[in-house]
Every structure is written in C-alpha cells, then in structure tokens.
Design a protein around this ligand. Structure first.
Ligand code: PLP
Length: 416
C-alpha cells in the first residue's frame, strides 16, 4: 500500500513522472497501434487540445447551467442522425460505445415492458456482438441467446430466428462487428425483430463514422442505417473513427417517442427534480465539446479523406498479409477491421508473431480467440507506416517459425 504524498509536488515534477510512466504505453503517435487511439493528424489534435482546455472543467450534468453543452449535444446528435438518414431520429451523447449500448438495451427493456408487458426480457445476438451487450444484459436482467455465426462470420439469421419468441425485447446486429469486421444482414435481422414487435439495435460503434463516407465515396456498403425498416436504435462512437478524443459516442433512437424509454426521471428527492438521459450523473463537458469541434473541423470532406486513407490502408494490409506464407485474414473485411490468423496446419503461432512484431518495431495488436488471431482496427494514422509494418510482419513470421508464445492471454485488462 502506498499513501498520498504529504507535501504537494510541482507541475514540472509531475509531468516528468508521467513521462516516465508512459514510456511503456502503446506507441499510437507513430501509427504503430492498430486500435484504441485513432489519429486524425496534427490539425485535428490542435483543435481538440484547444477545445479541451476550454471545456476541461465544465459539467454536462446540468445543461441549464451549461446551455452550451445542451446545444453541443443536440447538434452532434442531429448531424449524426442526418449521416444515418434518420429524419425523425433523436438521441444523446454518451461517454463511449459501452454506455451507448447500455442505454439501447435499457430502452429496449422499458419499451418491451410498456408496449408488450414483458417482464422477463430476452436478447438475441450473434457470438460476434460486442461484449458490452453481455454487460448490459447482466446489468438489466436479460436472458441472452448467443448464436453461432455463419462461415463468413456474419450473423446467422435463421439460427437467430429459432431463438426469437414472445419475450424477445431486443435483436442485435453489428455494422461491422468487431472480431472480423463484416457487416451483419441488418434488414433480415430487423424483420426478425419486427415479427414479434421487438427493438432492433445496430451497433455501429466502429462503422458509424466510416460506412456513411464509404457509401459517399462509391464503395458498396450493405444496408445498415435508419433506411432499414425496423431499426430502432444505432450506436456510433465519435471517439473511434470520428477521430475525437476519448469519451464521446452517440446513441440514436428512430424517433423521440422511442427515446423516452432511455431517460430516467426522479421527482421524490429532497435535492430536486432529477432527470438524466444516460448512465452517468456528472459528466465531463470536455469530450462532448471536443467531438463537436472535431466533427466540424473535419466536415464531410475531411471524413471522406480520412475514410479513403483508412480503406486503402486496410486493403494494403489485407493483401500484404495474404501474400505472406502461413498467414491468412479471416472473412472479407468490409471496413477498417482485420483479423489475422495462421493458415491451418502451418507451423506458425500468430501470438508469437504478434510478440515479435512488438519487439521488432513497437507494433501493437489486440489478441483474440477463438481462433487465435491478431486484431487490427486500421485508421488513417496507420497509413504512413503500413509498408514498414508489412516488412516487419514478414520478418517476424520468419523469426518465429516453429516457436510458440508462452503467454496465451487475450485479456483486455487486469482487474487490479
Ligand atoms: C463494435 C463495437 N461495439 C462496441 C464497442 C465498445 O466501445 P467502447 O470501448 O467505446 O465502450 C466496441 C469497442 O471496440 C466495438 O468495436
């Protein structure tokens, strides 16, 4: 156990201490991290840093005290709704994908109870749906039907249909799903939800700020947004490929009437009438204002430029990986996500390859299993170094032939 220092320490001393602490952190600044931090470039940083300083201390708990944050939230939601073709859509900003998903699941439960009298709600999802849905199901008391995906890693609509019943409150699809980066058959899943009057959530936490711009650029994109009949909620993270600093996501409902199932109000408190749109109470204005500013700084043209760079870089990565003997890419990635595995019967351990890449050039991939894969969320910041990456990947593969990594953990975090 350590205790807080008795005497205060100077700013200089603290900055030096943090610089030392950070030395082992992932090197996102030079494009060597495939996930977690998405780099929109120096101008985007300058905008976000200036706005962060301005809004460092503001509290969005009370948007009557801070009306600018109320306006920021409604403008960000409105721009996002327009991108997703949700003419009547309405929503809120949240702290991230997980909170947006928690809000969608909670709203589905309230709706199912109010409109269909469901008291034992069930959720039907593919095994590729993000872990946050399981967290939400646990928090909000849902029974989960987790269904195997097809060979192409998309949700298996027929198998999911077998799990839909009178207690189904929510059907989930992803655009794209995180593990292999493919888009689920959203129109078929939405029909499934409609068939019992359930809600349909599209998890576009990863794709929300990529797919609209891909479509504008002329790529074929499977239908996933509010143009699909039956979609009731969509989550999209501005702090991912929206290139804003962490702590910014949007949860949108198809209309204001559905949105009311998300909010919480309490008027029996001596502290006054309490209304809260999402999970947090006090919430920092900083990420909200930064997201507002970054979105406008980039504009549609900026996002199209970053999306083109991202998709070209992903294509280079996929082709480069497939050209290396012993490696393969799972499925056909449709946007920015790639899963790298070893070919069946090869003498290669993909985790050993990942470790060698990290030693060789500080490259960072998340690991996932089953099957054992290195995961990449490609973004514009990786573009300048993708050729260097592929060189290091080939060298790492040669280095670890026949070797196996001792550490097999795919853990995201320690719980300490
Ligand atoms: C598809 C998808 N949904 C939800 C999330 C959760 O987002 P967050 O980590 O911002 O809570 C992620 C995170 O990677 C994701 O990839």
């Amino acid at each position: 156990m350590t205790s807080l220092n008795q005497q205060g320490r100077s700013k200089e001393e603290l900055l030096a201490a943090l610089t030392t602490k950070r030395a082992r952190d992932a090197r996102w600044q030079d494009g060597r991290t495939f996930g977690m931090v998405y780099d929109g470039g120096p101008e985007v940083h300058a905008v976000a840093e200036a706005v962060a300083k301005m809004y460092l201390h503001e509290n969005a708990l009370n948007t009557i005290a801070f009306p600018s944050l109320g306006e920021i939230q409604s403008e960000v939601c409105s721009w996002t709704a327009a991108l997703f073709h949700g003419e009547t859509a309405a929503g809120f900003m949240t702290s991230g994908g997980t909170e947006s998903i928690l809000c969608a699941v909670k709203a589905a439960r309230e709706r199912a109870k109010a409109e269909r009298g469901i008291t034992a709600p069930e959720i039907v999802l593919a095994e590729t749906a993000h872990a946050a849905f399981h967290k939400a199901a646990y928090y909000f008391g849902f029974q989960v039907h987790k269904v195997k995906v097809r060979d192409d890693f998309r949700a298996d609509v027929e198998a999911m249909a077998d799990c839909v019943n009178a207690n189904t409150a929510l059907v989930v699809g992803s655009a794209p799903q995180y593990p292999q980066g493919v888009i689920d058959p959203i129109p078929d899943l939405a029909q499934l939800a409609l068939s019992v009057g359930a809600s349909m959530h599209v998890d576009a936490c990863m794709g929300g700020f990529v797919l609209p711009f891909m479509e504008q650029l002329g790529f074929d994109v499977l239908p996933w947004d509010f143009r699909v009949e039956g979609v009731t909620t969509i989550s999209a993270d501005i702090h991912k490929l929206g290139y804003a600093p962490k702590g910014a996501s949007v949860i949108l409902h198809a209309n204001k009437q559905l949105r009311q199932y998300q909010t919480f109000m309490f008027d029996q408190w001596l502290g006054g009438f309490y209304a809260s749109p999402n999970i947090q109470g006090t919430r920092s204005g900083l990420p909200m204002a930064c997201a507002w500013a970054v979105m406008q700084h980039l504009g549609i043209e900026g996002y199209q430029r970053l999306t083109k760079l991202t998709i070209d870089t992903r294509a280079t990565m996929v082709a480069g990986v497939r050209a290396i003997d012993g490696l393969m890419v799972l499925g056909e990635p449709e946007a920015q996500l790639v899963a790298i595995a070893t070919r069946p019967h090869s003498d290669l351990d993909v985790f050993a390859v990942g470790d060698a890449l990290n030693r060789r050039g500080g490259w960072f991939h998340d690991r996932q299993t089953p099957p054992d894969t290195l995961h990449a969320t490609v973004s514009a910041g990786n573009a300048p170094v993708i050729d260097l990456y592929l060189e290091d990947l080939a060298a790492s593969v040669a280095e670890v032939q026949g070797l196996r990594a001792e550490n097999r953990s795919t853990s995201y975090a320690t719980l300490e």
